[in-house]
Design a protein around this ligand. Sequence first.
Ligand code: IPE
Ligand code: MG
Length: 163
Amino acid sequence: MGRRKAVYTMKLEDIDKSCVPAHVAIIMDGNGRWAQKQKMQRIMGHRSAMTAVRQAVEAAVATGVKYLTLYTFSTENWNRPQDEIDGLMELLIKAVNDETKTLMDNNVRLQTIGDIGRIPERSRKTLQGCIETTAGNTAMTLVLALSYSARWETAEALRTIVR
Ligand code: IPE
Ligand code: MG
């Protein structure tokens, strides 16, 4: 229940900016279980998670984090019921459309990692549009890991080394 409530144990002004990590990564989990506990459909848990995402992004910008990576959708998640996958891909479009202005206002640049080629075209194009719109922003980079896997990350690291 309390999971969705913002529990700030520290005031932003009390955080020593010199101790803030440059890169923070968050693995999103528990949306479905949270929704089921509230007797709601799983997709409602994913929708509700947007509030937590917004708070995480705002807190990261405010404390001076340079990279915030959100592990959003793994390659294993492609095995979920098609309805849930469709709902998540639609939510991605809605979230990007709703939040692009906030990203601009906060000088946040969007990027993605993962096997983006597997993301349905409409969702991918929406993401691409936001990536282009926010490309010049410099306060923080928000990285969405989509269709991510350890295998993809290892292969990408090797490709980078080879380059
Ligand atoms: C995280 O929540 C979001 C995604 C993986 C898309 P889950 O969907 O993993 O929620 P649980 O773990 O089933 O409760
Ligand atoms: Mg899970």
